[in-house]
Design a protein around this ligand. Structure first.
Ligand code: SF4
Ligand code: F3S
Ligand code: FES
Length: 260
C-alpha cells in the first residue's frame, strides 16, 4: 500500500520564509450575516511569529489575546476533518496545515466562497456536501438486500482496494469547489468532489449500480458536462487527490458509452 503523507503546505507569501519573532500582519475578512448592522470589511491584527506557527495557532492566539469575537472552524488540527479550509492569500487551503512563515508576513484570510457563510472565516460546507451526496446517492447500493453476518466478508483484490482508498481520502474540505469557476456560476454544480465520489463508488464491487446508472447521475451541466477543465480543483486539493485524472477518465468512459 502506498504511503499518503499529510504535508504542511509550503507556499511562498509576500516575504518568503520568515524567522521566529518576525511581525505578522493578518488581514481577516469580518462579516456576520446574522447581524443586519454588520458590513463586510477586512480587519487587521498583528502577531509575533513563533517557531512552527501554523495559521491554526495564529488564529487561536488572535482569538485568545486580541479578539474573542473572531469566528473560524477547527476540529482535528491535523488535515483530517477538513473544517479549517479558508482562502489564504487568495488560494483555498487548510489553515492547520499552513505555516505562517510560508505565507507571511502579510496574510489575508477570507471564508471559502460558494458555501453558506456562518460568520467571518466559518462556512457551512457540511450543508453543501450533504445536499450533493444526497443528490448523487453517494453511498454503497449493496447488491445483497440483507447482509448475512454469518458469512465471511468477501475478499477484495488489494490493488482495487488501494484504488478505492486513494479516492476515499477526500476530507470534504471544499477547497476544490471554492477554486472552481463553474461552481461559482452554477449553484448545483457537483464539483470535482462529487465527480470523485461517483468514480469511487463505480470502482466498488459491492455497489449494485451499473455504469449507465452512475453516469446518468452526473451526465448533465451540473455534473461532468459543466466542468470546463479549469483544474483549479486539482491544484488546490490538500490531499493531492488525482482529480484531473478522474475527470478525464469519467469523461472518456461516458463518451465511450454514448453520453455527449
Ligand atoms: Fe477537499 Fe480534495 Fe476532497 Fe475537494 S477532493 S473536498 S479539495 S479533499
Ligand atoms: Fe472546476 Fe475542476 Fe472542472 S476547477 S471546471 S471541476 S476541472
Ligand atoms: Fe481539521 Fe484543519 S482542523 S483539517
Amino acid at each position: 500500500m502506498s504511503e499518503h503523507k499529510i504535508n504542511v503546505v509550503p507556499r511562498k507569501g509576500n516575504g518568503g520564509a520568515l524567522g521566529a519573532g518576525q511581525k505578522l500582519k493578518f488581514h481577516i475578512m469580518r462579516f456576520n450575516p446574522a447581524d443586519p448592522a454588520s458590513v463586510p470589511h477586512l480587519q487587521t491584527y498583528e502577531l509575533e511569529q513563533t517557531a512552527g506557527m501554523t495559521l491554526f495557532i495564529a488564529l487561536n492566539e488572535i482569538r485568545e489575546k486580541l479578539d474573542p469575537s473572531l469566528q473560524f472552524d477547527f476540529v482535528c488540527r491535523a488535515g483530517i476533518c477538513g473544517s479549517c479550509a479558508m482562502v489564504i492569500n487568495g488560494r483555498p487551503g487548510l489553515a492547520c496545515r499552513t505555516l505562517a512563515q510560508d505565507v507571511g508576513p502579510e496574510i489575508t484570510l477570507a471564508p471559502l466562497p460558494v458555501f453558506e457563510l456562518i460568520g467571518d472565516l466559518s462556512v457551512n460546507t457540511g450543508k453543501w456536501m450533504r445536499a450533493m451526496s444526497e443528490r448523487l446517492e453517494a453511498w454503497c447500493h449493496l447488491k445483497q438486500q440483507e447482509v448475512d453476518l454469518t458469512r465471511l466478508e468477501e475478499r477484495m483484490d488489494p490493488d482495487l482496494a488501494e484504488q478505492i482508498f486513494e479516492l476515499d481520502r477526500c476530507i470534504e474540505c471544499g477547497c476544490c469547489v471554492s477554486a472552481c469557476g463553474t461552481a461559482r456560476m452554477r449553484e448545483d454544480f457537483i464539483g470535482a468532489v462529487g465527480i470523485n465520489k461517483i468514480a469511487r463508488f463505480r470502482l466498488d464491487p459491492r455497489d449494485a449500480r451499473s455504469d449507465a446508472e452512475y453516469y446518468d447521475v452526473i451526465g448533465d451541466d451540473d455534473g461532468v458536462f459543466g466542468c470546463m477543465s479549469l483544474l483549479g480543483c486539482h491544484d488546490v486539493c490538500p490531499k493531492d487527490l488525482p482529480l484531473q485524472t478522474q475527470l478525464a477518465f469519467v469523461r472518456r468512459k461516458m463518451a465511450a458509452q454514448g453520453f455527449k
